[in-house]
Design a protein around this ligand. Structure first.
Ligand SMILES: Nc1nc2c(ncn2[C@@H]2O[C@H](COP(=O)(O)OP(=O)(O)OP(=O)(O)O)[C@@H](O)[C@H]2O)c(=O)[nH]1
Ligand SMILES: [Mg+2]
Length: 251
């Protein structure tokens, strides 16, 4: 489980405790961006207490959620301390919006055949009951915009609660991903779908954070729109190339 953190000192110890208590063989990689509140030192203590189960990547400053995931993916793909190759790589927020209790059902869906499982707010049984109206609008607006522009078929395309099969992360060109922040999630899903991988969704109830503060800024929202437009352009180019090829093949 990859957990990116920036100022999550109130949340991390309890989250790691719940993760390690799950009845599955799971390790945790915390990716901390030199949190000013000292989350990195707390993560180090957890790693020392739970050797070979908790690992920490320290980065020099707030470098963004997307690049934090990629750093975590690389570590997970190459980890040797867990007694074998890691077969599933998951991501979640540290602030309890993504509750660990949903992990077994996500792993189950992965075992059943989904190459990427999304812990989804927008399938039957999922939801965001305590979201204020502005967050609801932001989330549904971002989801609808990305889905229409990019032809994404999943219901919750901006969710950060995910389970990837190892083969997915080995196949995707992680070096070429241009989003460094939140829109990484949209770009990643776009790639997963276009590579022909199977996407599944498991319902989750997403609770607003209780401790700590949000890191989403208006700049992130603008960046996400830019990401969608850029990927839309790529999609259009891909579609026109395909139709040219088909014309060529039929003539
Ligand atoms: N390493 C790292 N982690 C980050 C960065 N930005 C956000 N995070 C973490 O990513 C997760 C999601 O960030 P949040 O601020 O909770 O974003 P959100 O859940 O979309 O927004 P809220 O609902 O307001 O909490 C949390 O675990 C953050 O600590 C970053 O730049 N670097
Ligand atoms: Mg959050």
């Amino acid at each position: 489980m990859i957990v990116p953190t920036y100022n999550e000192r109130e949340n991390l110890p309890e989250l790691v405790r719940l993760l390690l208590d799950l009845p599955i063989n799971l390790g945790v990689i915390v990716v901390d961006d030199s949190s000013p509140d000292g989350t990195g030192a707390i993560a180090d203590t957890l790693a020392a207490t739970h050797q070979n189960r908790v690992f920490v990547i320290h980065r020099s400053g707030k470098l963004g959620l997307g690049t934090a995931y990629i750093a975590g993916f690389r570590k997970a793909l190459n980890i040797s301390e867990m007694g074998g190759m890691v077969v599933r790589i998951m991501t979640m927020d540290a602030d309890f919006s993504h509750h660990p209790k949903y992990i077994p059902s996500m792993v189950h869906a992965s075992i059943e055949g989904a190459d990427l499982v999304i812990g989804s707010r927008y399938v039957k049984g999922g939801g965001t009951p305590d979201f204020p109206l502005n967050r609801r609008l932001l989330s549904s607006g971002a989801n609808t915009f990305a889905k229409i522009m990019l032809g994404l078929r999943a219901r919750d395309v901006t969710a950060g609660f995910r389970c990837y099969r190892r083969e997915v992360l080995e196949a995707l060109p992680l070096d070429e991903i241009f989003s460094s922040g939140y829109s990484f999630l949209i770009e990643m899903l776009f790639l997963v779908q276009n590579f022909g991988f199977k996407v599944g969704e498991v319902p989750i109830i997403f609770m607003d954070r209780v401790e700590g503060t949000s890191k989403i800024s208006s700049q992130e929202v603008t960046r996400a729109m830019y990401t969608v437009l850029r990927l839309f352009w790529r999609r259009i180019k891909g579609l026109s190339r395909r139709s040219r090829n088909e014309e060529g093949a039929s003539s």
